[in-house]
Ligand binder design. Structure first.
Ligand code: UDP
Length: 404
């Protein structure tokens, strides 16, 4: 793990000094994070980087993961899809099972903390045991158009919290509790994002059979319909008629996402006849591989249909890569169109811009460079920790003023 001081050359002395000052004000407060998976997906990614840094700042932070069986994660994935605008309804029985699992978890968990920080819908009903501490619900998902029934169900729980945190202004909704905007972040010193030498990148590309002499277009994502991997293949096929290139679709699963295997099979089927499409199933802890694949890419895609934030966008921008991503959810916060990347709305648009950027490498390079600076200023873990510390402090103040 990096030392907190290692961030000084990247973000400057004053940012790190601020963190130390804010953390000092929280000394003695116990903070408990709860989510539904220890590996896979953005939430686990952030918590695994943030907790050790909080400890270095002497913040008494903890992380617990709720347990659930296959049925529970089937229901929560359905809820996830419904909150992302899906039409499949959740039955009363499914909501009841969801609550039963949350209540089962309450039996074995120690929720005695000054701040209980609950991530996403899966553990949301733990708030039934709220007693004393401040409770914050952290929403990492794209709330642009949630299905009404599931939203109403969740709302009843969200309003029992002291505050709700969203990743983009567009996700805020009429709620009786305080809402806070905090964007996620990446850790520039993690294995996924640190500098890698050319030898390491070349070695990993060789291992996967990639040809570095031809353009490489990449999307790193869990195999999830909402990441639109089949749309990515269609866009690549439109480009491939004109420009010789390769496509990499790389990702693994998350323990709270039961749909991954089915999506992977469909993607493999769609890619079967083209040896230039590389469908790579990555085991957990493939951070260096992801880092190398992003660095080896000519263009990085994130063609999501919905996206809470899309850490993979910041990860690629930090590597100064030109990124073409859908203008959905949290992504436009990371990309200003034609300045720090390209925003698209369709398969055709994605194909068009892949061709454009392959033909205009100087423009593509500039997009990546601007993107890297945008990430440095807005989406690094130091800014994220600062926002959380401020939020936590604000929970112990009266009125709107936080006294440092
Ligand atoms: N990721 C990973 N392994 C994979 C696929 C994704 O480590 O096989 C990482 C990816 O690099 C990023 C996070 O998981 O850090 C995904 O976060 P994002 O916000 O892009 O999407 P989510 O999976 O949370 O919907």
């Amino acid at each position: 793990m990096p030392e907190i001081a290692d961030f000084v050359p990247i973000v400057g002395e004053s940012v790190v000094a601020d963190l130390r000052a804010l953390a000092g004000r929280l000394r003695g407060r116990r903070i408990l994070n709860v989510n539904s998976t220890a590996v896979g997906g953005g939430v686990a990614e952030i918590l695994s980087r943030m907790l050790p840094l909080l400890h270095q700042l002497e913040v008494d932070a903890h992380w617990d993961v709720i347990k659930g069986n296959e049925r529970f994660f089937h229901v929560t994935k359905k809820m996830h899809n419904a909150l992302h605008g899906g039409s499949e309804p959740i039955s009363g029985e499914e909501f009841a099972f969801f609550l039963e699992t949350n209540r089962d978890n309450l039996q074995g968990m120690d929720l005695g903390a000054d701040i209980v920080f609950i991530h996403d819908p899966q553990p949301i009903a733990l708030v039934e045991k709220k007693d004393g501490g401040r409770w914050v619900w952290r929403c990492h998902i794209d709330f642009t158009s949630p299905q009404a029934g599931t939203w109403e169900f969740l709302k009843g729980y969200i309003e029992r919290y002291d505050a709700a945190v969203f990743s983009a202004p567009a996700f805020s909704r009429p709620l009786a509790v305080r809402q806070v905007l905090i964007q996620p972040s990446i850790d520039p010193l993690s294995d996924k994002n640190r500098e890698l030498d050319e030898e390491a990148v070349a070695g990993i590309c060789d291992r996967f059979g990639l040809d570095r002499r031809r353009p490489i277009i990449t999307q790193i994502s869990r195999f999830d319909y909402l990441k639109d991997p089949l749309g990515v293949i269609r866009a690549y096929q439109l480009v491939k008629r004109h420009v010789d290139c390769q496509l990499v679709l790389a990702g693994g699963g998350a323990t709270d996402d039961p749909e991954g295997a089915q999506v992977l099979e469909e993607v493999k089927g769609a890619a079967a006849e083209d040896p230039d499409i590389f469908v790579l199933f990555l085991p957990p802890a493939s951070d260096v591989e992801i880092n190398a694949l992003q660095r080896a890419s000519t263009i990085v895609l994130q063609k999501s249909l919905r996206e809470g934030f899309g850490l993979t966008v910041s990860e690629a921008l930090w590597k100064a890569k030109p990124v073409i991503a859908s203008a959905v959810g949290g992504i436009p916060q990371q990309i200003a169109h034609k300045y720090s990347g390209i925003l698209t709305h369709s398969i055709d648009g994605t194909a068009y811009w892949i061709k454009q950027l392959l033909q205009e490498p100087e423009f593509a390079r500039k997009l990546g460079e601007n993107g890297r600076e945008h990430v440095r200023n807005n989406f690094l873990i130091t800014r994220h920790i600062r926002d959380y510390l401020l939020l936590f402090l604000s929970l112990f103040t009266r009125g709107d003023v936080v006294y440092l």
